[in-house]
Design a protein around this ligand. Structure first.
Ligand SMILES: [Fe+2]
Ligand SMILES: [Fe+2]
Length: 362
């Protein structure tokens, strides 16, 4: 009813009294009228400073290797309401898997270059399958970087199985790294951190964490470095996980970039947050990470509008992978979103993702 109401029609309606009837039935919260009648709250945008550039390397984006096997594991466990720690995941006989195990994981290395030329490295998430993640860390030299104290912080976006359960792979090389987590971890996720063993999924961490743990409250912004902040969202992530933190960066002369684990808060929610809260955020220079739109490539037609809306944020470069979904990326490319492609190697299946071993420079 409201979709074709213009400001002119609205004023005409005021004159003849039809609008009053509309409010009686719909209320002032009806979104199209709200913007006319309720002055927009002026938000103070936050200046996070600026940095020279960012280099992002995908260490592993293959969170799991076979969609059907993954979905079937959840189905057998009782559906999507079941906690991730109560699911028996397939660890044998998966043709596409790593040594038959369907578990892979998501982890990326982020290198920030500051205005004075100095650099800092951050490891985003630790994947899932400890053997697969150990192999990927060794192949990309992350093992040595951890051993040599070259990685400043381990930043966990959220405690989903495919982003967090591989912590033992990182602790093998540096159990006392400084770690940042959203302050909404599941109780079992804390147990895993201190050396827990969960035979059912199965997942274990034989190397208890010995470093400094920094917990970020939800719905907050935490400055990390000049031009880099962590932003925490209170959002449902599924399988018992709640809350996710993302990185928001301001690249000098280019614009704001965001780096996500899964983007469970929703891509448009994130881009709106940046636009409304971060200085310079009306121009989004870069987006990287999992965008959680069609993780199993079953398409919800409402997401066509989501994909079309991305262009409104003037995104200059977008690289995504794992839970984004191939259908989503195909549609992004079709609607003119500037997708940065990868090379489809190290078990990444298609080049429309920034895949395992691929790099994006912002
Ligand atoms: Fe994800
Ligand atoms: Fe997730």
């Amino acid at each position: 009813m409201t979709s074709n109401i213009t400001r002119g029609n609205f004023l005409k309606g005021m004159a003849v009294g039809t609008v009053a009837g509309f409010f009686a039935s719909q209320g002032i919260s009806s979104t199209i009228f709200r913007s006319y009648l309720v002055p927009e709250k002026k938000r103070k945008s936050i200046d996070i400073g600026e940095l020279k550039g960012i280099t992002i390397k995908t260490i592993s984006e293959t969170s799991w290797f076979d969609n059907y096997v993954q979905q079937n594991d959840f189905k057998k466990a009782g559906g999507s309401l079941v906690s991730q720690y109560d699911v028996a995941f397939s660890t044998k006989g998966v043709a596409a898997g790593y040594q038959g195990n369907n578990a892979g994981g998501y982890s990326s290395l982020i290198e920030f270059e500051f205005m004075d030329g100095s650099k800092k490295k951050l490891l985003l998430d630790t994947g899932w399958n400890v053997d697969w993640m150990t192999r990927r860390y060794q192949e990309e030299g992350i093992d040595k970087m951890l051993r040599n104290n070259e990685i400043d912080v381990l930043f966990i976006s959220h405690d989903h199985y495919d982003h967090y359960w591989g912590i033992e792979a990182a602790f093998k090389f540096k159990p006392d790294i400084t770690m940042m987590i959203p302050n909404s971890f599941m109780e079992n996720s804390y147990k895993l951190l201190s050396g827990g063993n969960f035979p059912k999924p199965p997942i274990k961490n034989a190397i208890p964490f010995k470093g400094k743990l920094i917990k970020h409250d939800l719905k907050k912004i935490y400055p990390l470095y000049p031009g880099v902040a962590a932003v925490t969202f209170a959002c449902p992530c599924g399988r018992g996980v709640w809350g996710e933190q993302v990185l928001v960066c301001n690249v000098a002369g280019k614009g704001v970039a965001t780096i996500t684990g899964c983007c469970h808060m929703g891509l448009i929610t994130l881009l709106e947050y940046i636009k409304n809260n971060i200085k310079g955020g009306d121009k989004v220079y870069g987006v990287y990470g999992g965008l959680h739109i069609s993780p199993y490539d079953d398409w919800n037609p409402q997401n066509d509008d989501l994909v079309r809306t991305i262009r409104n944020y003037k995104v200059e470069r977008l690289a995504c992978n794992h839970c984004t979904g191939y259908i989503t990326v195909e549609k992004m490319i079709a609607t003119g979103v500037p997708v940065v492609k990868g090379t489809a190697r190290n078990k990444t299946k298609r080049d429309i993702y920034l895949g395992n071993g691929d790099t994006m420079v912002l």
